[in-house]
Design a protein around this ligand. Sequence first.
Ligand SMILES: [Zn+2]
Ligand SMILES: [Zn+2]
Length: 468
Amino acid sequence: MKAIIPFSDLYFDRMKSLVHTPDELKKEGYRLEEFWPDEIQGLRRCRDCLVRIKIKKPKKKDTDGAYNAIPVIKPMDDEFMKGDKQARLSSLVPSPAKSETSFDEEDGGVPLLQPEQPEDKLGDTESADKEEDLIIFDDEETDRGCDGKSEVTEKEEDLLIFDEETRKGCDAKTEVIEKEQEILSKVEGAIEQISLVEDDEAEKEKGDEVPSKGEAPVEGICLGQAEEAKNEKKKEEEKKKPKCRFHPGAVVNKYFICCNKFLNTPGCVERENHVSRTYQPGELEATWQMHETPANRTHWTRRAVALDCEMGIASTGESELIRVSLIDYFSGEVLLDSLVYPTVPMLHFSTKYSGVTRGMIEYARHRGHCICGRDQARQLLWRYINSDTIVVLHGGKGDLLALRWIHKAVIDTYMVESSRKDGCEKRSLKYLAEAVLGVAIQRGAGHDSVEDAMACRGLVHWYVGNGP
Ligand SMILES: [Zn+2]
Ligand SMILES: [Zn+2]
């Protein structure tokens, strides 16, 4: 797979035909624009169980009156959109005091972060599962499986109920969330009726990466029906579950000291609602600032590259970049392969999947052999990538998001495989590398992002040669 792929215009034209349209990317959950202030408010997480909190509209039947009373909110007009971003931000961000009142802050809000947990923590999937990011994106792991999609679609439909007016340059999901937020801030009187709900814990099938609690998809079965039934089942299970569940105690030798239960045991404390973490003014905005690839070309700039990242979980519950690998598509040269020392406190390094331990990261930093944080990683990638460079990746929306990077020339092999008429039902990189290329990857403990990027490059090469 490391062989050179000879460049030709014909080859490159075929490759360009595989590049997804912005609409396709958005539909898949790629972030192609900066977060709007009200979306950013929707990125809060529960301080205890770390699940992403969203504010749900009240149930229609008992709140018809309240909803009718909501003033019609005018969509932002073009002039507004053109205006100064800072001004928009400040005019739109609810004051911290006001937004705090929407949440059930119990005790002055000193965030009780989850205790540090061993790197080989089996419960990785717990937090990853809870990263229910249907609103804007999914985490890396969820990108690579097959089954999460129908849940997301279902929830989109759920949300789309009161989506009427559209705003330019903003996808439907975004608008709905914005409206929810706007409505919330307008209807102060109705605030008690609005309950905080977690985004459902989607126990998504994550390909081979994360062991699924549900049943694996059986090849040959109509997936639509199977998923429907599965979703129904999940919904019912969801209703029975308390909303917020966590362990207040630290982990010692893989056991929680609060209840003396093993790592992956569900939380011993249950609460009816989540409690938002307390965020400093501007913290969320700074955390989620996105950056678009510059257009300038240098002699370093490549025509196409393959990218793969490894992620851990920050103490906020967010995915955080810990390793980045970049390969020149045509030459196969490894342009960049480095551990990334996160600039935020980490909960764990998802070692089981990332292959990266805290020790490795600390050692690399000690030796000065690592990149410092996602922003520096992005800058280093941009040495080789301009806005025209085709970036090849597999289920890469999480990778780009972890880099806070907006890039539009993308070939996502997960998406290509999904759109092929005789594509595989299983679309994990491991499976496809084996089925399509006959190459076994991800055999050892954890992934090797160079190996994964190389496999992804091999897949695109196959698609170019054999048609998508
Ligand atoms: Zn416990
Ligand atoms: Zn919670």
